[in-house]
Design a protein around this ligand. Structure first.
Ligand code: SF4
Length: 267
């Protein structure tokens, strides 16, 4: 039997400013802000197709031998160059490539190896706390999900994204200073915070390019669309770019570039 429709007499009450005057409709809740990319789907495809021709196999530079040493290396790389981190971790990872071995070194022991890296005291403390948590809560294995990874001491969303992508092959988008600048400067996925930019970029980057997108954007930012002054005359997407800062409209020739390393310098 069909449910009979009952007319409610108690519809949403409307505010009235004064007795007898017209009721004032309640204020609508603010709509969630929607971002708008300056590029169509086809344009985004073309931008990333060109990046993929320029750098078919972009690579990160942080040395590691397993997911555990990768987490440690990425956590140590905050505010430091990858080359500087590698110099310190080469010797460290030779004797401590598991949470148990690292924990056995103790905070002082780890400090001795990473002294050349910025903020080393705090980082050594985090590395030891991270090992403890891996042993106690994760059976000494690096967890695979972002929610679990960001619970580890010294591991933020960016580190978690890098680990998920490099250790487990999950396409993610870690937003660093270059990615943040490009997303905003090019009006590709504007956002006020790295999280906002990440969320917006994930909506506009074509799926098939997502895996390398983080590296392409970093390299484009480091070598071409530089922070202080973009080198638009060397840019392969100059014809498509909608940045108010761009200085030329003619794209540079699309050729494969020699290998450039990610993480050479801190800006
Ligand atoms: S044209 Fe200039 S501003 Fe636009 S992406 Fe290229 S380098 Fe950056």
């Amino acid at each position: 039997m069909a449910t009979p429709k009952i007319k409610s007499k108690t519809s949403t009450p409307q505010k009235s400013n004064h007795a007898g005057e017209r009721p004032v409709a309640p204020k609508a809740a603010p709509k969630p802000k929607r971002f708008k990319s300056a590029y169509s789907k086809a344009e985004m495809e073309e931008i990333f197709r060109r990046f993929s021709v320029q750098r078919p196999e972009p690579k990160g530079e942080l040395e590691h031998v397993n997911p555990f040493t990768l987490v440690v290396a990425v956590a140590l790389s905050a505010q430091a160059t990858d080359a500087g981190v590698n110099k310190a971790t080469r010797a460290l990872f030779k004797i401590a490539d598991t949470p148990e071995k690292m924990l056995a070194l103790g905070e002082e022991g780890v400090t001795q190896y990473i002294k050349t890296i910025g903020l080393y005291r705090n980082k050594a403390k985090n590395v030891i706390a991270l090992c403890r948590m891996l042993i106690d809560e994760f059976g000494s294995e690096v967890p695979k999900t972002r929610e679990e990874l960001i619970r580890l001491p010294g591991v933020g969303r960016k580190t978690a994204n890098v680990v998920m992508s490099m250790a487990f092959g999950v396409p993610t988008l870690a937003v660093d200073t270059h990615v943040f600048r490009i997303a905003n400067r090019l009006l590709m996925a504007p956002g006020k915070t790295p999280d906002e930019v990440e969320e917006n970029l994930l909506k506009v980057i074509p799926d098939q390019y997502l895996f390398h997108a983080h590296h392409w954007l970093i390299l484009h930012g480091r070598y071409c669309c530089k922070a202080r002054k973009p080198e638009c005359e060397r840019c392969v997407i100059a014809d498509l770019c909608r940045s108010p800062e761009k200085t030329v409209d003619v794209p540079a020739p699309l050729v494969e570039l020699p290998q450039q390393l990610i993480g050479e310098a801190v800006e």
